[in-house]
Design a protein around this ligand. Structure first.
Ligand code: PMP
Length: 346
């Protein structure tokens, strides 16, 4: 008779001792078969779409809320305000529901209908604002800050609150390290706030230092329309082009990004990212969103540069269903002059 494995010891299957927040993190690391075979490397995606709120941002939401609790900035019944592309708002609202807080979420109206509907469904006080650049006081980040200041609410401030990256430093990075027995050659990641990229990079650096090994290469994956590729390559933050991906791209150095060890950058056009998300879906059964496509495309480029035999890790930030009306909608794709995958083109 074969013995039954103890499910409590499997990664991602631990018992949550406090509340739903125990289910955040501990995500599987999935070997991406096609990307690995095409490059002769091993390319892994951290399945962040498996978090309770469906994205990598659950980790930042929990880290920010727990930091505020520790500092005494958040009391029972308190209100959290945040400007978000959607995923952080989802994470914050779910954790707030579990811990007895209220959430006001300010979001640009250009984000996907699925994220808007989901935020309303889970009880967020959602306020949509016109999409404006950061320098404009009507930008969603500034609107959220003002609401918090005027009412004495907690402003989560995910862009410049380094509790965000510290969350990744102490969870995402050691998880990856443990899952690969410390054998990681490179990490690629896109950047919205920079929390995932910088926190994971710093955490992998901590792990390498402790192990007495060299730190993995850290490579920014950047969409068109973001200033960070130019910043990494030539210290020039100017922006050109645009992207249909949501939640990533940045035109300033946030506090989360400051001082992060970043070795190189790849700029990924939307068509290249979409090719990856369609391939992951149809050939590997992985339904992911646009930023995951940017991440995987960058991982493939890095693998080709490093040569066969290397191990590259990236982040599968959220699930494809969140973008059904856009990235998987032939009409939307045609309106952006992007190719429509064959099985959707009916
Ligand atoms: N991908 C998606 C889908 C996101 O919503 C975000 C955050 N807005 C990111 C990637 C970027 O993560 P971070 O804020 O940690 O840079």
């Amino acid at each position: 008779m074969t013995s039954t494995p103890n499910s409590l010891s499997l990664p991602g299957w631990t018992t949550s001792s406090r509340d739903m927040t125990g289910a955040i993190g501990g995500t599987p690391l999935i070997r991406l078969t096609r990307a690995s075979e095409a490059t002769g490397c091993e390319i892994f995606g951290k399945a962040e779409f498996m978090n309770p709120g469906g994205s990598v941002k659950d980790r930042a939401a929990l880290a920010i809320i727990e930091d505020a609790e520790k500092r005494g900035q958040l009391k029972p019944g308190g209100t959290i305000v945040e400007g978000t592309a959607g995923n952080t708002g989802i994470g914050l609202t779910l954790v707030a529901n579990a811990r007895g807080y209220k959430c006001i979420i300010i979001m640009p109206e250009t984000q996907s209908q699925e994220k808007i509907d989901f935020l309303r469904m889970i009880g967020a006080d959602l306020r949509l604002v016109p999409a404006k650049p950061y320098r404009d006081q009507g930008n969603y980040v500034h609107v959220s800050r003002r609401i918090a200041e005027e009412n004495g609410f907690l402003w989560a401030n995910q862009f410049d609150n380094v509790a965000n990256r510290e969350g990744h430093r102490h969870t995402t990075a050691p998880e990856i390290w443990e899952q690969l027995d410390g054998r990681v050659d490179a990490f690629t990641c896109a950047c919205g706030t920079g929390g995932t990229l910088a926190g994971t990079a710093l955490g992998l650096e901590d792990c390498s230092r402790q192990a007495g090994t060299e730190r993995p290469d850290i490579v920014l994956a950047d969409p068109e329309g973001s200033g960070l590729y130019g910043w990494v390559k030539s210290n020039d933050l100017s922006v050109s082009g645009s992207s249909i991906t949501e939640g990533i791209g940045q035109s300033r150095i946030t506090a989360n990004l400051e001082g992060a060890p970043i070795d190189d950058a790849e700029r990924i056009p939307d068509a290249e990212a979409l090719e990856q998300i369609y391939s992951l879906l149809i050939h590997e059964g992985l339904s992911v969103g646009g930023s995951s496509g940017i991440n995987v495309a960058a991982a493939i480029r890095v693998a080709r540069r490093l040569g066969a035999g290397h191990r590259i890790v990236t982040i599968l930030c959220d699930g494809g269903a969140r973008y059904q009306s856009k990235l998987f909608n032939p009409e939307f794709l045609r309106s952006k002059d992007l190719p429509v995958p064959s099985w959707l083109d009916k």
